[in-house]
Design a protein around this ligand. Structure first.
Ligand code: GUN
Ligand code: ZN
Length: 455
């Protein structure tokens, strides 16, 4: 190993060693080091193993940050989220299409003001970090400045973030519409400005088929041809009314996905959110093109869109990650989102284990984004994005934890009972970017914030 390191972290580490093709293989890949050591050189992991093996590596007097009693996991990956919808989370009473008209479009209109965008974007990034999410695939609004401010702020944290300006040219209020040519030019400028700059990547973002004319989709295709390694993100088959509308708008297409596929928008860098009502041919097309799905359980329940078939995704070998889909999703918190994924799966008699759930939220999502060589676990050489979890923060969690005798049980308890209170610290690029507030409770915070240094 490289003897050079700047940070040493001791604690209880849990991650998943390698990507898998079947859920049954996950158990073999779970890696738990109850008393471990991780050495970082700036933002990179240079050594990871047991404390017993590694304790002589830090020289005498070197400060080791001691998180014993807490659980350290890779940073969570949010595969689908709309930052401009942060302020309209929990909007009452509608299903997808009315929800868009009544709440979403008016809220997104406010992002023509850069100051507003900047304020919400800063709040949004703090929400991600205080929930342990270190990488996200993010929708902006149609306004290019919405993405500029988000990337600028993510760059200040050196966060690995993928985002794009929404493209849409019909079926939305006039102030949110653009021409296909304008959409192309503005997106092109943003790609050139942000894509591949340190840890930022661009995602071409046609909102969904109903807000896209064939001319707009042709411009999206043109951009993808010009920039083949950028991402593409959009929505697919979320709501039955939406699916029928797409069939009416694109009568020549075989199915909803075929609208995108016929413009070359499927592929290994494409992420389709929801995918609740897919036909067999659409599953096959996603699989054959190595496209990925963002499973957004709290959103699907909130808008009563439907139940995602996780088992089918495995059967069809379609790559997948978990999205919160805020503001249709009801939380930024990945633990709560995994809890919802469990319930959605239970309703279909598929048992989502804690190991599988954490896989989707970390290495699995990373694999779906083709970032496996960079993040997702604690392998040497990976970028140091991780979360320090407090396993029990409430009296109920403590009681339940005391009654737990395996890591699998503790992880499952966390995804059913856990929330942002369980996020003790978040690291991005090897640095603390969030730590639990001292005001939580006097008792808890003083103890919780005490940092022990061991030499
Ligand atoms: N379909 C098109 N736009 C949106 C959106 O903003 N949120 C969700 N959940 N679905 C969409
Ligand atoms: Zn969405």
């Amino acid at each position: 190993m490289s003897r050079q390191f700047t940070t040493a972290i001791r604690g209880d580490f849990f991650d998943i060693a390698a990507c898998v093709d079947h859920p049954q293989q996950i158990a073999e890949q779970l890696r738990h080091i109850p008393d471990g050591l991780m050495l970082l050189n700036e933002g990179r992991i240079v050594w990871h193993g047991s404390w017993r093996q590694g304790k002589t590596l830090p020289p005498p007097g070197f400060a080791v940050t001691d998180y014993r009693g807490k659980l350290i996991v890779p940073g969570f990956i949010d595969m689908h989220i709309h930052y401009p919808q942060t302020e309209m989370i929990a909007a009452y009473g509608e299903q997808l299409l009315e929800w868009l008209d009544n709440y979403t479009f008016p809220t997104e209109s406010r992002f023509s003001c850069q100051q507003h965008a900047s304020k919400i974007s800063a709040f949004f990034l703090q929400q991600l970090l205080s929930n342990g999410t270190t990488t996200a695939l993010v929708f902006g609004t149609v306004h290019p400045q919405s993405v500029d401010v988000l990337f600028t702020q993510a760059a200040a944290l050196n966060m690995r973030l993928i985002a794009g300006k929404v493209m849409m040219d019909r079926h939305a209020p006039p102030e949110l519409l653009e021409t296909p040519e304008q959409s192309y030019r503005q997106t092109r400028t943003l790609i050139e400005r942000w894509h591949g700059k340190q840890r930022r990547s661009y995602a071409i973002t046609p909102r969904f088929a109903p807000t896209s004319t064939p001319e707009l989709l042709a411009q999206v295709q043109r951009l993808l041809e010009e920039f083949p390694d950028v991402y593409l993100q959009t929505h697919l088959s979320e709501d039955l009314e939406e699916v029928n509308w797409v069939k009416a708008l694109f009568p020549d297409s075989h199915n909803y996905l075929d609208v995108y596929h016929s413009y070359g928008l499927t592929g290994s860098k494409s992420v389709f959110a929801h995918c609740l009502h897919l036909e067999e041919q659409e599953w096959d097309c996603l699989s054959q093109t190595q496209s990925a799905i963002a499973f957004c359980p709290t959103s699907n329940l909130f808008l009563s869109s439907g139940l995602f078939n996780l088992q089918k995704a495995w059967q069809k070998q379609v790559k997948l990650g978990i999205g919160t889909d805020v503001g249709a999703g009801t939380t930024f918190n990945m633990l709560q989102t995994l809890g919802a994924a469990y319930k959605v799966s239970q309703l279909q008699r598929y048992r989502l284990s804690a190991g599988e759930a954490f896989y989707h939220a970390t290495l699995g999502g990373v694999h779906a984004l083709s970032l496996d060589d960079k993040i997702g676990n604690f392998n040497v050489g990976k970028e140091a994005d991780f979360v320090v979890l407090n396993q029990a923060v409430s009296p109920l969690q403590k009681l339940r934890c005391d009654n737990s005798n395996s890591l699998a049980d503790q992880l499952f308890m966390l995804m059913i009972l856990g929330d942002d209170r369980n996020i003790y610290r978040t690291y991005v690029d090897g640095r603390v970017v969030y730590q639990v507030a001292t005001t939580l409770t006097n008792n808890l915070s003083h103890k919780a914030l005490r940092r022990r240094h061991i030499s």
